[in-house]
Write a protein that binds this ligand. Sequence first.
Ligand code: HAM
Length: 418
Amino acid sequence: MINAPRGTNDILPPESAKWNYIESKAKYIFDLYNYDEIRTPIFEYTELFQRGIGEATDIVEKEMYTFEDKSGRSLTLRPEGTASVVRSFLENKIYGKAQPTKYFYIGPMFRYERPQAGRYRQFYQLGVEVFGTQDPMVDAEVIALGMAYMDILGLKDLQLYINSIGCPDCRPQYLETLTEYLNNNKDDLCDDCKNRIDKNPLRVLDCKNDSCQCVIKNAPKIIDHLCEECEVHFNSLQKNLKNINIDYELDPTLVRGLDYYTKTAFEVKYEGLGAQDTIFGGGRYDKLADEIGSKDIPGIGFALGIERLLLTLDKQDIDIPIDKSIDIYLTTIGLKAKNASFELLEKFRKKGIKAEIDYQDRSVGGQMKSADRMNATYTVIIGENELESGKATVRNMKNGEEQEIKLQSIVERIEKMI
Ligand code: HAM
């Protein structure tokens, strides 16, 4: 027996119906906000993620599924969607069209992380990316879209955290101040954070270690060190969020795990999820297109972990309506009737009527049980007698009513009845 690799999941029925449900709700919201679907490859040249996500991030340092193909090129299974979507936007010269461009995507991502509840090695994200506008109102739109999605799924008690992490104009100066502070408090930091001070000091702010938390609490805050442009942008975002009644909390330690962010960063969490409590996160990345393709194109987006969304729905006892029923079950007696019914089966289906038949040579009783299990609205028994008389009894399984219907017109009659 060969099992699935650690950190991956089979999505089986009836669970898969839940996936379809939440994806269809997401597509409804994407369409409402006028976002179009983009599909990019599942693997890319490794360099895209190294440059895009950043060499000093956990993802690039430790978590990528990287391999050489047969011609010796280094490829990587995508650990996230943003870098690929930016690559595609640039490669296909979409910037030449009227902007903004608003995309959504749904698909699997791959990270070599230690698996635990809400954290897997293959997981699914749905996300959006908007290109070509610096307008802080779009930051608010992207957040509003995510919150509207949470709303139509019936989720409650979620917290939206926002922060601004500045831009290449103001961040270096802040990083100097932060580095100095961290060096002064180095003794109280965990070993990982000690190493981060020089490599990626912002990431220290994200550490959950107790003694690091004490240091972080008093650390200089980036929002106190923003340049005027970043400050105006952040204030405007907040005004726009208030305008449309979206509650948020400022979190000066929210820095995100990817290096491409500028200005806005945000996360939506549900405390009840435990350690992996971020349902979705994102932000603005105005320098990423420049990093990948030397083009000055602003962008903003977020991605949501579908597994974490399902866990949240579960924790909040939200039932997902799954329609597990069929319109008609054809119970057959004997091969002749089975052959005739098989023909009928296809006729039903061509009319859009969900029909099923027995392939296991079950007894009539067994077939009726199957019809029950499949939650059939109608059943019909077809044997030699019915073929001879050209009529069969159709039974309404909900109320037990029966009626005789000519086999010749049964498809049209059932079509009218459902
Ligand atoms: P991220 O924070 O790395 O951001 O991932 C977004 C979401 O994906 C997380 O909040 C979480 O729900 C889910 N996720 C991440 N890793 C795992 C995992 N190992 N197992 C299960 N779920 C996971 C990004 O990926 C950015 N590309 C988001 C973005 C889009 N920023 C701008 N545009």
